[in-house]
Design a protein around this ligand. Sequence first.
Ligand SMILES: Nc1ncnc2c1ncn2[C@@H]1O[C@H](COP(=O)(O)OP(=O)(O)OP(=O)(O)O)[C@@H](O)[C@H]1O
Ligand SMILES: [Mg+2]
Length: 493
Amino acid sequence: MVIMNEQGNILIIDDKKSDAEEFERVLRVEGYEVETAATAEAGLARAKQENFDVVLTGLHLSGSDEQRKEGLHIVSALQAAKPSLAVILMTAKPTTQTTIEAMKLGAYDSIIKGRVDWNAFTTLIHQAVEDTRFQRERPKVPVPLAEPDAIIGTSAVMHAMYKQIGRLAAKSVAVLIRGETGTGKELVATALHRHSARHDKPFIIVNCAAISEQLLESELFGHEAGAFTDAKARLIGRFEQADQGSIFLDEIGDMSINLQSKLLRVLQQKTFQRVGGKETITVNVRVIAATHRDLKLAILEKEFREDLYYRLNVAVIVSPPLRERREDIPILVEYFMHRYGKELVGNPEPQIHADALDCLQEMSWPGNVRELENVVRRALVSSHGIISLSDVQEAIAQDAVAKTVAPLPAGDQPLTAYVADLLAKVMRSELDGAHARVAAAAEREVYSQAIQLAAGDQSKAAKWLGVSRPTMREKLLRYGLHPRIESATKIAA
Ligand SMILES: Nc1ncnc2c1ncn2[C@@H]1O[C@H](COP(=O)(O)OP(=O)(O)OP(=O)(O)O)[C@@H](O)[C@H]1O
Ligand SMILES: [Mg+2]
């Protein structure tokens, strides 16, 4: 029986005595109670028997047998037997694969032996003990295994994000997810709910940008019969529906100031009133919010309440843009090909040529994963199963053209006239997004003239415009000006 220690009880599993001793010494100095085990079997048995707060385990536990990764087995076995226990993997030679594998299996963290920053290490252990104890006090509900590939990405930035999701999931604090459009904020919100103790309770999604202010208030908080003209009967709002579960408030930056106050009260006191109602309703709902807007800027413009911002800004997850994790593009492409292959081309295992994949990997993807997904779908359709470079190029050109550029100014039409014409159409509600259209049209024009003057020499044109060679290539693709796309220019015209 281990002596329960206020500071924390740690088990170290490692076959290398000297390594174990070094960690043990440091932890004892910090006041922890430490036990060691030299084999996987002994370690597992002890970990299951006793209430340790943290388990540190080596990766290879049978001498130098590099094939056997007993540490990973310990991680998954303890995740199953004691889901709240923090298990930290110690590796000598880190490989991304092992680290990700460990995190996916439920490791709390992984550290690299021989490169340990002891200050950071003791902070980590302290946090791990707290988190284990926090979770142990929660009611025990089996955590379902997440769909293994719901969020795709093995890059370091994604790895860091998974860790954050894992750490925040178990807590009931409100979480703010920030990130550009199409980066997967909704997937993150879903993962937070699925990995929480609330996973078998409702998960309600509300898009705050899609509904008018008055309707949004009823939608969120409900209304009493007769609260306003159209309120024939009582309506139970989303917050009440989400009781005991989670609510995902997408595009929270678009919520009106008035509703923000009401939301703040829910966060602080867990109470609200239905529209037109007097009864105070109490709910236990975990709030997950997302925005692609810069809320700090919105505060300056008096569009977002500062107190709400600080309330939400305690736990933030940043969903990284795709251009900061280009190494994930191949597996994302693979994933989408697999996901849509059967439906779109009757082939569950479509292929892609290396040069086509290179092209996808070079793009900057302002629309992030959503845009990549669209392009892969288009390329699939035109490919009949094996995606070539020209399938990709056409898909990119079509995607961009369809979205913003059309209609372009006709040949010799002066810019002033074009703008006047565009704005007139906007005022008649025939078009929207005037700024994006004009900007895209002007950009297309400058790339078009430059590449013509340079007689197709992309390096020369890039130099004249002061842009990099990859940017040049990307813009030509997007505007259907790339020499390899004959058809796309016609679409744009
Ligand atoms: N890491 C990822 N792995 C797999 N699919 C992803 C990933 N990220 C995004 N997607 C896919 O991209 C699309 C957009 O994702 P999502 O709706 O979550 O983005 P978002 O950040 O909420 O964007 P917006 O701000 O425009 O609402 C979805 O089809 C989603 O499945
Ligand atoms: Mg979204």
